[in-house]
Design a protein around this ligand. Sequence first.
Ligand SMILES: Cc1cc2nc3c(=O)[nH]c(=O)nc-3n(C[C@H](O)[C@H](O)[C@H](O)COP(=O)(O)OP(=O)(O)OC[C@H]3O[C@@H](n4cnc5c(N)ncnc54)[C@H](O)[C@@H]3O)c2cc1C
Length: 300
Amino acid sequence: MDRGGNPRVVVVGAGFGGLWAVRTLAKKPCDVMVIDRNNYHTFLALLYQVAAAELEAEDIAYPVRSIFRNLSTVDFTLAHARRIDVEKRVVETDNQVFPYDYLVLATGSVSHSFGIQGVEAHAFFLKTLEEGVALKNHIICCFERAARQTDKSGDAGVLTFVIVGGGATGVEYAGALSELIHGPMVNDYRNIDFRSVRIILLEGTDSLVGGMPPSIRSYTAERLGKMGVEVRLHTKVVEVTPESVILDGDETISTRTVVWTAGVRGEPLASLSGILAGSDGRVPVLPTLQIPAHPEIYVV
Ligand SMILES: Cc1cc2nc3c(=O)[nH]c(=O)nc-3n(C[C@H](O)[C@H](O)[C@H](O)COP(=O)(O)OP(=O)(O)OC[C@H]3O[C@@H](n4cnc5c(N)ncnc54)[C@H](O)[C@@H]3O)c2cc1C
């Protein structure tokens, strides 16, 4: 789009950060190109409900093009940004190169395994729509598998669900999973002994939802306990295998389901492009969100 000398602004990421920037930029004299690897915006705050079969995927995915339909200076391209050439001022993607005068990097975060063995290979994550749907399908498959076993003592781990990380996402998912299992599942799988189902929430520190006031932290643990969730504090995972999770102190829990909600790191696009970033992928910015070395780049 060339509207006669207007600055070209490229926004990478149509999450909450990118959309908010576009909302403001659409009122300014500039041409905006939004790039996202998906052509939908994911309302991440409700992702745990998709993974617990409370919502359908399409309930939290909004077509980006329809969001921008009435914004005449805003265009969209479905592409995965691979690298930014900060000297040439271009964004290189898997299908096209986009020159910019100003760049807004709003690529969000990715799950962080902290290098713990087996997490990347065997754990489930809860950061994208695909991951939410995959987790839901896996949970249902576990119940199907348990329902068809003739020897019910054969595979206890199949109905043990371990969530690692007692922050907001882990807590929300543990609660939603309990509602799913002790609600609709009880009616649908009448030959399963639901007393054998375990939902275990592991947290490395001394409380759930750290950062919240103490009364909320203790209420959260108490409430989850009443919902049948086993909350284990001061518990660190050292390895995840296809059939177990191994804890610090050598305890092994048999499970086919480890949901990793233990932390996030910055999406690696900035660090892959030579932009200064910390070990957790976060980019240091000025209060204006500009990068000191490249004030034409803003990072959300
Ligand atoms: C399960 C869950 C529940 C949450 N609940 C809440 C809540 O209740 N309240 C709350 O305030 N926050 C909640 N959050 C946090 C909130 O979702 C995030 O803070 C918010 O999404 C961050 O917005 P963002 O725009 O920075 O990143 P994102 O929303 O992650 O958007 C990043 C966008 O960039 C795109 N992208 C990334 N890399 C590339 C690339 N290389 N090329 C092209 N496109 C790319 C992605 O596809 C995505 O569309 C929750 C998060 C999760 C995971």
